[in-house]
Design a protein around this ligand. Sequence first.
Ligand SMILES: Nc1ncnc2c1ncn2[C@@H]1O[C@H](COP(=O)(O)OP(=O)(O)OP(=O)(O)O)[C@@H](O)[C@H]1O
Ligand SMILES: [Mg+2]
Length: 449
Amino acid sequence: MKNTNIEHLTPKEIVSYLDKYVIDQNDAKKTIAIALRNRYRRMQLPEELQHDIVPKNILMIGSTGVGKTEIARRLAQMMQLPFIKVEASKYTEVGFVGRDVESMIRDLANIALQLTRENENEKNKDKIEQYIENKILEKLLPSIPESASEQKKEEYTSTLEKMRQKFRNGEMDDLKITIEMPISSPTSGMDDMLPPQMISVQESIVKVLGGVNKKGPMKEVSVKEAKKIIRNEASNSILNEDEIKSLALEKVEKGGIVFIDEIDKIAVSSGSNSRQDPSKEGVQRDLLPIVEGSTVNTKIGMVKTDHILFIAAGAFHVSKPSDLLPELQGRFPLRVELNGLTEEVLYRILTEPANSLIKQYQALLGVEGMKLVFNNDALKAMAHYAFLANEKSEDIGARRLHTIIEKVLEDISFNADEYDGEEVTISSDDVIQKVASIVKDEDATNYIL
Ligand SMILES: Nc1ncnc2c1ncn2[C@@H]1O[C@H](COP(=O)(O)OP(=O)(O)OP(=O)(O)O)[C@@H](O)[C@H]1O
Ligand SMILES: [Mg+2]
């Protein structure tokens, strides 16, 4: 799939991409695909109409381990859009200790900035390579003064070209040169912790300091390392930081997606009369304006959240969507329910997805020189017992497959060194022998699987 045209993907194409990794859950896939496409459609409209069309945020409801996060994760991988997945339970009300809700938008802005920078680097790849090459060649063969004789100049040019060729062929990679090391910014790494006002203060301090004391220490490195070190400098001098920021800003405002996981954990369930954490409701209240459309001060400027797409997900076992503040419920008008996993679906999850569980284990044991084969009956049996175990004790969805397969492969995995070069076939009898008795015994299921 071409990443460049991601915005032009039709809902069908998005769904068929997701199909490669997530089994079943067609409603959820469809809803998300349509929401994404609607954003694209909106962008094609006249400005004044664009402003009135707000994205329809999505609430995904489904018990644990049925693919909610998986759908989001795969979307993120596929899309060149700024995307962030956050856990609602990580936030606390403004004024309490912890992360404030607005920080999700600041994080999203940082992701957009990074994405934009990568894009621009890619676009200016040739210029950047050129800069690095010139810089290093200049070190290896300092240019000669203007006053030099014609003959000297010619010699110089011809040597330079020869070196250039060698450089491009990588023949100079092991040569040592002395270059100036970049000065690392003292703010890097703490950006998250600081409010944006502080960051801009810090940035200007760094600029001032950088102006006074621009030179970093000199160090001898190989040409190969120098290429890497100079790359940053090259990109900084070729790309325009302000332009990147404004591109990133546009990207977040028009294409940003925030996936809020575990939203049910901040719902205050009406049923239970135990004292609930008062800050849960506070977090919901803080979320309201962001989801509705407000402005958040970030490193790349003021981000308007009006057109950011929010996808919230939760199991809603203890609480219900109706336990969320009514205002918040209303801001997630699209509801999709994810299906519980049937035996048939569990079987498909074992085998079908690219990098399915089975393929993962085969690859892992392949490292030991073992060829692991599963009979189809064995796969059916694992799906069967996973389903039974989910029914009998807690339903943990597809994660049950992990525990079953671990149990089945326990001994083989432990003794893998003895099977070097051999083929090991797992039959349904093996599966039955390892897990049947545990699944039948409910108490044991609770503890072992
Ligand atoms: N429908 C599915 N198709 C393929 N794999 C799935 C599916 N559902 C779950 N899985 C697998 O099960 C694991 C857990 O799924 P996921 O993280 O999406 O659960 P979840 O719905 O977000 O649950 P929770 O509510 O606990 O966060 C993942 O490793 C995922 O690969
Ligand atoms: Mg999840």
